[in-house]
Design a protein around this ligand. Structure first.
Ligand code: NAD
Length: 330
């Protein structure tokens, strides 16, 4: 297959090039994202390989179809950025990498919790400046706390098991409860009960029309005072204006996010010499109890190897007319 890769960084090229020695596809890497303005680059290719912030709306897909693109290969799990109906109408198949080291994202969620709680990021800077004061570094024990997991799919399950290991009581909300987790000691409850009872809430459900702004002003009202909210799912699961208000009123005690509603255009880029004009983002960064990472939950060696392997296998399956195990349908 002749594949145009979009939104690529050097690490994407390195992992895909080395894995491709077993597949022999023709890979062309573009740094730019894919959207209706860049879709013209796909002439002469059979497939595109895209990532989380590429914008495959109906207009982009129309242009891809005109250029003869037959397959959209997502090198990620989420597919909220693809208009699946438009792709089906143009007879373009969509495949993804449903599970790549789910531990990578689950462990990153735990890293956000531990950092926010024990303030290791602040301690690191203090000690380097010969400041050994412990003032304002007080944390709390995770042992015995109640953790609410929203979405117990592949990543949420891993996360729930890690938190059980800390000695936490784990509550979960999912439209399809997982029996194995129940027998491990996780209690499934309604969303409202989870919001009311949890000291820490972690989001692991997909972004879709039912989960958009799942955490809004109403949800914050129901939460315990001083609760911690962690989001490694997708930015728009949280209403950004509502979270800013919840932090200002001190209803929310801690916020740890790896994804942000308006992350497209910000994340994955070095913007250190540019003026950040996103006022919501700057407001979030002004709070001492907010920790933001730039969508790096997936970013481990193991996950990158699996992403390359599964993506190239998806492309080979399509080329050979084999069943598409990882197809996403409207
Ligand atoms: P998954 O499909 O295995 O699990 C999602 C779970 O959410 C399922 O159990 C599903 O039943 C549940 N769910 C669906 N709708 C729901 C709703 N309305 N309310 C409650 N639960 C609902 O997905 P996964 O692999 O565990 O990934 C979860 C999400 O994590 C992805 O959709 C993606 O957005 C995000 N993700 C982020 C990163 C990162 O680097 N930060 C990396 C990979 C995935």
């Amino acid at each position: 297959m002749n594949i145009a890769f979009f939104s690529t960084k050097k690490y994407d090229q390195d992992f895909f090039d080395s894995t491709n020695t077993d597949f022999n596809h023709q890979l062309t890497f573009f740094e730019t994202g894919l959207n209706e303005h860049t879709a013209s680059l796909t002439k002469d290719f059979n497939a595109v390989c895209v990532f989380v912030n590429d914008d495959l709306n109906a207009a982009t897909i129309d242009l891809l179809a005109k250029n003869g693109i037959q397959l959209i290969a997502l090198r990620c799990a989420g597919f909220n950025n693809v208009d699946l109906k438009a792709a089906a109408e143009k007879n373009i198949k969509v495949v993804r990498v449903p599970a790549y080291s789910p531990q990578a994202v689950a462990e990153h969620a735990v890293a956000l919790i531990l950092t926010l709680n024990r303030k290791t990021h602040k301690a690191y800077n203090r000690v380097r400046e010969n400041n050994f004061s412990l003032e304002k570094l007080t944390g709390f024990n995770l042992y015995g706390k109640t953790v609410g997991v929203i979405g117990t799919g592949i990543i949420g399950q891993c996360f729930a098991k890690i938190m059980l290991g800390f000695g936490c009581k784990v509550l979960a909300y999912d439209i399809k409860p997982n029996e194995e987790l129940k027998s491990s000691g996780v209690e499934y409850v309604e969303l409202e009960k989870l919001l009311k009872a949890s000291d820490i809430i972690s989001l692991h459900c997909p972004l879709n029309e039912h989960t958009h702004h799942l955490i809004d002003g109403n949800a914050f009202e129901k939460m315990k005072d001083g609760a911690m909210l962690i989001n490694t799912g997708r930015g728009a699961l949280i209403d950004t204006s509502a979270v800013v208000e919840a932090l200002k009123s001190e209803k929310l005690g801690y916020l740890g996010i790896d994804v942000y509603e308006q992350e497209s255009g910000l994340f994955f880029n070095d913007l250190s010499e540019t003026v950040n004009k996103d006022d919501d983002f700057l407001r979030l960064m002004s709070f001492p109890n907010v920790l933001i990472t730039g969508h790096q939950g997936f970013f481990t060696k193991e996950a990158l190897e699996q992403i390359a392997q599964v993506t190239l296998q998806n492309l080979t399956d399509f080329e050979n007319g084999a069943a598409l195990e990882n197809e996403v349908k409207a």
